[in-house]
Design a protein. Structure first.
Length: 254
């Protein structure tokens, strides 16, 4: 299952809004999600790529990597139907030359195409295409595995398909979808959810780490239930939930 590609755009630029509408009309396979650069959602995503927070250009985030300017536009074209993927052939032109022309348009976009006084507000039928902080949840999968038969593996695929940001910690390093599995305990800012797949016998060693992250909730999947640990985290203001992450995702209750 492929995760959604995210297009970040200048929400007050008429040309950029037109580009978004152009993509949406042709995105028959529902491959793209959108957010304005000025929105909290856009800034949250850019914070994961230090040094890019102040950019005012079309940005594509795809498979855990960031693409800018002409490269972003060409990679979008590659995913559209019809003859548009043919334009991706221009990728062989060195990026500085491509971006030179792109930057001419970018510098003059407000003068040539106008500027909105506020960010574009999507119509109700298009709202599902636009990211909101309410439905994007930064999620730690604890007990991640490369084994496709493991539920933690399936959960990572499903979380990414839904557009959630995923950090994965496992007993062994690996990769699932576009997510690297680490054996370290990274500092994670603004963590919403931990979904627990570890056997209770291995959970206590992560207690201090989990408390330091201060997630909103920890989901204890079937087989990971741990009443003692659940009581401890609840005392610290973290909500324990005994549920199946895959079921929550499939029923839009995540």
């Amino acid at each position: 299952m492929k995760s959604k590609s995210v297009v970040l755009f200048d929400g007050v630029c008429n040309l950029c809004n037109g580009f978004v509408q152009f993509i949406i009309r042709r995105d028959k396979k529902d491959r793209f999600r959108f957010a304005s650069l000025q929105s909290p959602e856009g800034q949250e995503l850019l914070s994961e790529f230090p040094g890019n927070e102040s950019l005012k250009t079309i940005i594509l985030i795809e498979d855990g990597r960031i693409y800018k300017r002409s490269t972003a536009a060409l990679r979008v074209a590659r995913r559209l139907p019809g003859f548009w993927p043919a334009f991706y052939g221009l990728i062989i032109i060195p990026a500085p030359l491509r971006d030179y022309m792109y930057n001419i348009v970018a510098r003059n976009r407000y003068r040539w195409f106008g500027k909105k006084q506020e960010c574009m507000i999507p119509t109700p039928e298009l709202k599902a295409k636009f990211l909101t902080m309410k439905n994007i949840k930064k999620t730690l999968v604890l007990g991640a595995s490369e084994n496709p038969e493991r539920y933690s593996n399936k959960a990572i695929h499903r979380l990414r398909e839904k557009g959630h940001e995923v950090i994965a910690i496992g007993r062994k390093k690996g990769r699932v979808a576009d997510v690297d599995i680490t054996t370290e305990r990274p500092l994670i800012k603004n963590l919403d959810t931990v979904t627990m797949y570890l056997n209770p016998a291995h959970q206590d060693e992560y207690l201090d780490y989990l408390l330091s992250l201060k997630p909103r909730r920890i989901i204890f999947n079937p087989g990971a239930e741990n009443p003692a640990l659940e009581a401890r985290i609840q005392d610290e203001g973290i909500a324990p939930i005994e549920a199946c992450t895959l079921v929550l995702l499939s029923t839009n209750q995540f």
